[in-house]
Design a protein around this ligand. Structure first.
Ligand code: HEC
Length: 205
């Protein structure tokens, strides 16, 4: 994972540098130099872009949950490529600059995601701590409207959870798939969260 990550980082930086040089040449109307530069860097650039995309896609497949900034990053990269291609083909300075800003924005988002904790983007690392879901918090957010803080409220015909004789598995089944008026929470809560909240209901006794 580390090797892939560095390959990705290096190819992104090389890609940015070569793109920056091309944009500067375009903006400065150095048509001849731009053509020459494009010709010389054609093959290396293909290799770099390939490495950058493949490692990027591989890394995404390794992330357990794709966050919103990841999606923004993907959209930025996906938009910048056609814009860059058209921008340079038509020698359109505005498009080339917009594409460059998008690539830089994507890079910035990647840096931001790292600050939010590398452990999230490399879950394979042993010893990476994942905060256990808090049963009490989940209960307060999702269940108290009917069951009450203490589990005894009994709104909407819900039974007193403190005297429930159901087993762990039976409770899990009800929380997951619902029963009667109570809606199921599969799809709303993760497996771990359901487990935590069921454990919490058992402590209500
Ligand atoms: C819309 C109101 C409502 C919400 C919200 C709700 N429940 Fe319920 N719950 C009920 C009702 C009604 C029943 C009884 C269902 C039946 O037996 O028909 C029930 C039954 C249960 C039971 C089985 C108890 C027994 O002894 O039969 C458990 C356990 C339970 N709920 C846990 C939860 C948890 C945990 C949450 C939050 C994740 C939750 N409920 C959210 C209304 C609700």
């Amino acid at each position: 994972m580390k090797a892939i990550y560095y390959t990705h980082l290096i190819s992104v930086i090389l890609f940015l540098i070569t793109y920056l040089i091309k944009t500067v040449l375009l903006l400065a109307n150095k048509e001849e130099s731009l053509q020459k530069y494009t010709r010389i860097t054609k093959v290396p650039e293909m290799i770099i872009s390939f490495a950058f995309l493949v490692t990027g896609i591989y890394m995404i497949t390794q992330i357990p949950e794709v966050k919103s900034f990841m999606i923004m990053k993907l959209v930025a990269v996906a938009l910048s490529i056609p814009l860059a291609v058209i921008g340079f083909k038509k020698r359109n300075k505005a498009l080339a600059v917009v594409a460059m800003l998008l690539i830089i924005a994507a890079y910035g988002l990647a840096e931001m995601s790292k600050k939010q904790g590398l452990s999230q983007s490399s879950p394979a690392q042993p010893g990476a701590e994942v905060a256990a879901p808090n049963g009490h918090d989940i209960f307060v957010r999702n269940c108290t409207s009917c069951h009450g803080e203490d589990g005894k409220l009994g709104l909407m015909g819900s039974p007193d959870l403190t005297v429930s004789a159901l087993t762990t598995d039976e409770r899990k089944e009800i929380v997951k798939n619902g029963k009667g008026v109570m809606t199921g929470f599969a799809g709303i809560l993760s497996e771990e969260e359901i487990e935590a909240v069921v454990k919490y209901t058992e402590q209500l006794k």
